[in-house]
Every structure is written in structure tokens, then in C-alpha cells.
Design a protein around this ligand. Structure first.
Ligand SMILES: Cc1cc2nc3c(=O)[nH]c(=O)nc-3n(C[C@H](O)[C@H](O)[C@H](O)COP(=O)(O)OP(=O)(O)OC[C@H]3O[C@@H](n4cnc5c(N)ncnc54)[C@H](O)[C@@H]3O)c2cc1C
Length: 395
């Protein structure tokens, strides 16, 4: 995988605190009613956040990967599903900026579209494919002036609002199996978006399925055509690098909020057996809070270090894939533990509907499903450590 130098430093803007408070107030209703965060999105659009990682000279805020990650982590403390779904849009704009920094302006139109308020979705998830991006169950057929796509994508966050679906499909036209990375306009013929999201957590992300029935993508909206199974192209490297750490930051933000909630609760909760007042004086509760802190501290270090390595051009060579998967696995597992322990601290109050922790508990469980899941992370990390390549057979 190619490494990346630090992007030029520009101004840093922030989502205002009062706006975030409004998002938190709405989050419970969106979760309960299984509705998309339209009002949050409009507020974010109005302040230019949907182009926050687009360089300033393109009309964005110019946030670096590290800055965007911290911002999404903060957003997740208020509205996890809003943070997760906007991540699916912002990783495309971030990827486009990285390409341009390396002298490839083929994706610059993505940044312009985002500045104009258009929304990108990620169309990588497919049933029956645990190696998204590298392989595909969707077919791409070469036709005059572009490709026709047939297949089904799932878990497409921002389902009600996306304008462009950035995804991938497999073709054998023109040689061996190749992956066609495309950006498909929502209104194209042969595109059907199915409103089928009703899940355990991250409910406001409204991550719908999209059925592709010969949908046409013109050549100018094809990002790359690369050999199947090969992720060495910068387009793929930058896509993964903007996606996975930013997704991890969302789950870290949930864990940070869970600690905050647990601490506040421990200070309020009393026991007839504790003379000094609150549960904060219970040594077991102090231990639990320390455990949460220790998990968060380590997970934060792993995540920030990975992003820093990428931005400063550290050469991990072929180990980059294992590094990214290890980071994502560590952060999500730590986040789940932190939220679990937060519930131990609050006790039964935390399981009552309407309690923020009850929602965070469900939201954080979604972290393990994003690539790489537990099995794939261990497979890739184990193979890398053992020096086993990706050549078939897989096992
Ligand atoms: C909150 C959330 C938001 C996400 N947003 C996005 C996004 O915007 N874009 C994106 O690309 N990905 C997104 N992901 C998806 C993620 O990347 C995973 O692909 C997803 O979690 C499913 O992975 P899985 O392999 O575990 O699914 P599975 O559990 O294997 O499959 C999910 C569904 O497919 C069915 N299925 C599985 N295998 C088959 C088969 N062989 N034949 C027929 N049906 C089958 C299952 O029954 C189930 O209905 C999101 C995930 C989460 C949790």
C-alpha cells in the first residue's frame, strides 16, 4: 500500500457545541422511530461540514484525516448514527483530496459536488462477500462509453438522501477478473433504493439496500479499474485509510460518551451503605471507571498512532493492511468493553428505554460488523505475521 505525506495545514473549523446538543436531543427519537437524521444533516450542510475534509482552495474546511477523525469522534459523543453515516460520505471527499495531493485530479469532481451540497454513499457491502472492495458479487459489463452494473448492495448509509453511490463491481471484460470502482448517480435507470433498515443499533443511519439492474455509469464516473484482489492502487489505499480510522473514531466517541455518562451517574447514585454519599466512593466502582479509562487510553493511542503514521508517510509496506485491521479491531473491542462496563456502573437504570446508555449499548455493537469483522481481521493479521500471501486457496 502506498503511504501518504501530511496534507498542507489549513484552518480548522468546528461543529458548534449548541448544534451538537440539538443533535443529542433528537438522537433518541430517531432511534425510537427508526428515522433518518434529516434535521442534523441540514444543519451540517448549512455550515459546510459536508465538505469539511475538502481542501480550502476547493471551498472546504481543509480538515486533515486526523482532524476529521477527532471531529467525527466528538460528533459521535452526541449523535452516533449521524457521525457514522456522515463518515460514509466524508471518506469519499477525503479520498478525492488525497488523490489530488498526489497529482491525480480525476476525483476532484467529488469535492466540488460535496461543496455544492451533494451527498455520497458507500456501496461496498454485499451479501455473501466478506472481502468488500477487493472482490464483488455485482457484475460490471463493458458497454459503449461506460459500464452496466447488475447486483445488489446493502447497508448503504444515508439511504434517503444520497445523490451518488460510490461502489465497486467485478468484470471479466478485457482480461482477467477486474474490479470497477464507480460513482453511480441516484436517478440513473436501473437503480432501486429499498427502504429496508430496521436494526439493533445505528438506526438513524438508515442504511438501505440498492438494487442495480443494468444501471449505466459513464466512463467519467469510473474511479478505477484494477485487478481483483489487489489493493495497492492509491485510490483503494486512500479509500480504506479515510474510511476505517474515521469509522473507528465514531465507535471511540461512543465509548468516550459512555464513560462520561457512567461517571456522572456514579456521582449521583447513592447507597444506604455508603456514608460518604455517592457510588463514586465505592472502590469497585472506582475500579470499573479506571478500567474504562485504561481501555480508552490504549484504544485512542492505537488509533491516533495509525493516522499519524499515514500522515507522516511511515512505510509499513505490505503490513499496512494488517495495521489498519488491527487498529479497527482494537478500537471497536475496547469501545464495546467500555460501554459494557458503563452499564455495570449505572446498574439497571442504564437498560431502561430512553436512557442514553441503552442506545449507546446497541449502537456500539454495530462496530464489529464493519470490515474487517472479527474473523477477517484475525485472518489477515495472522497471515501477515506468518508471511502468507493473499494467493488462493484462501484456506
Ligand atoms: C450501522 C452500519 C452502517 C453501515 N454502512 C455501510 C455503508 O454505508 N456502506 C457499506 O458499504 N457498508 C456499510 N456497512 C456494512 C458493513 O460494511 C458490512 O458489510 C455489513 O455490516 C454486513 O456484513 P456481513 O458480511 O457481516 O453481513 P452478513 O450478515 O453476512 O449479511 C447481511 C445480510 O445479507 C444476507 N446474506 C448474507 N450472506 C448471504 C448470501 N450468501 N446470500 C444471500 N444473502 C446473504 C444476510 O441474511 C443478511 O440479511 C455498515 C454497517 C453497519 C453496521
Amino acid at each position: 500500500m502506498t503511504t501518504m505525506t501530511s496534507p498542507p495545514k489549513t484552518t480548522t473549523s468546528q461543529v458548534p457545541e449548541a448544534m451538537l446538543e440539538r443533535f443529542r436531543e433528537r438522537a433518541d427519537a430517531h432511534d425510537r422511530d427508526n428515522t433518518y437524521f434529516h434535521a442534523d444533516l441540514e444543519e451540517l450542510r448549512a455550515i459546510g461540514y459536508l465538505a469539511s475534509d475538502v481542501p480550502v482552495d476547493h471551498g472546504g474546511w481543509g480538515l486533515s484525516l486526523a482532524e476529521l477523525g477527532r471531529s467525527q469522534r466528538r460528533l459521535a459523543r452526541y449523535a452516533p448514527a449521524t457521525a457514522l453515516a456522515t463518515t460514509m460520505h466524508l471518506y469519499w471527499t477525503g479520498m478525492a483530496g488525497d488523490l489530488e495531493r498526489f497529482g491525480d485530479d480525476s476525483a476532484a469532481w467529488i469535492m466540488d459536488a460535496a461543496v455544492n451540497g451533494e451527498i455520497f454513499a458507500s456501496g461496498h457491502a454485499e451479501a455473501g462477500n466478506d472481502l468488500p472492495i477487493l472482490f464483488s458479487t455485482c457484475a460490471a459489463e463493458r458497454v459503449d462509453g461506460g459500464y452496466r452494473l447488475t447486483g445488489r448492495k446493502m447497508f448503504g448509509s444515508n439511504g434517503p438522501v444520497w445523490d451518488w453511490l460510490g461502489g465497486h463491481a467485478m468484470t471479466v471484460d478485457g482480461g482477467g477478473p477486474q474490479i470497477v470502482h464507480f460513482f453511480l448517480a441516484r436517478g440513473s435507470e436501473g437503480v432501486t433504493v429499498l427502504e429496508n433498515w430496521d436494526t439493533l443499533g445505528m438506526r438513524a443511519s438508515q442504511s438501505y439496500d440498492t438494487v442495480l439492474d443494468g444501471a449505466f455509469v459513464p466512463d467519467e464516473r469510473i474511479g478505477r479499474v484494477v485487478p481483483a484482489g489487489d489493493d495497492s492502487d492509491l485510490f483503494l489505499a486512500a479509500t480504506q485509510m479515510w474510511a476505517l480510522p474515521t469509522i473507528a473514531n465514531v465507535y471511540l466517541g461512543i465509548a468516550e460518551r459512555a464513560l462520561e455518562v457512567a461517571v456522572a451517574w456514579a456521582k449521583r447514585k447513592t447507597s444506604i451503605g455508603i456514608d460518604r454519599g455517592s457510588y463514586a466512593h465505592n472502590p469497585f466502582v472506582q475500579h470499573q471507571v479506571a478500567e474504562m479509562y485504561l481501555e480508552l487510553d490504549a484504544a485512542t493511542a492505537v488509533l491516533d498512532r495509525l493516522v499519524d503514521d499515514w500522515m507522516t508517510g511511515v512505510d509499513h509496506g505490505a503490513a499496512w493492511g494488517a495495521k489498519i485491521f488491527a487498529m479497527k479491531w482494537r478500537v471497536v473491542e475496547s469501545a464495546k468493553k467500555v460501554v459494557d462496563t458503563a452499564l455495570d456502573v449505572t446498574g439497571g437504570a442504564g437498560m431502561i428505554r430512553g436512557n442514553e446508555l441503552e442506545r449507546l449499548y446497541r449502537d456500539v455493537r454495530c462496530g464489529g460488523f464493519h470490515p474487517a469483522n472479527d474473523a477477517l481481521a484475525h485472518e489477515m493479521i495472522g497471515k501477515t505475521a506468518l508471511g502468507i500471501g493473499a494467493e488462493p486457496p484462501r484456506w
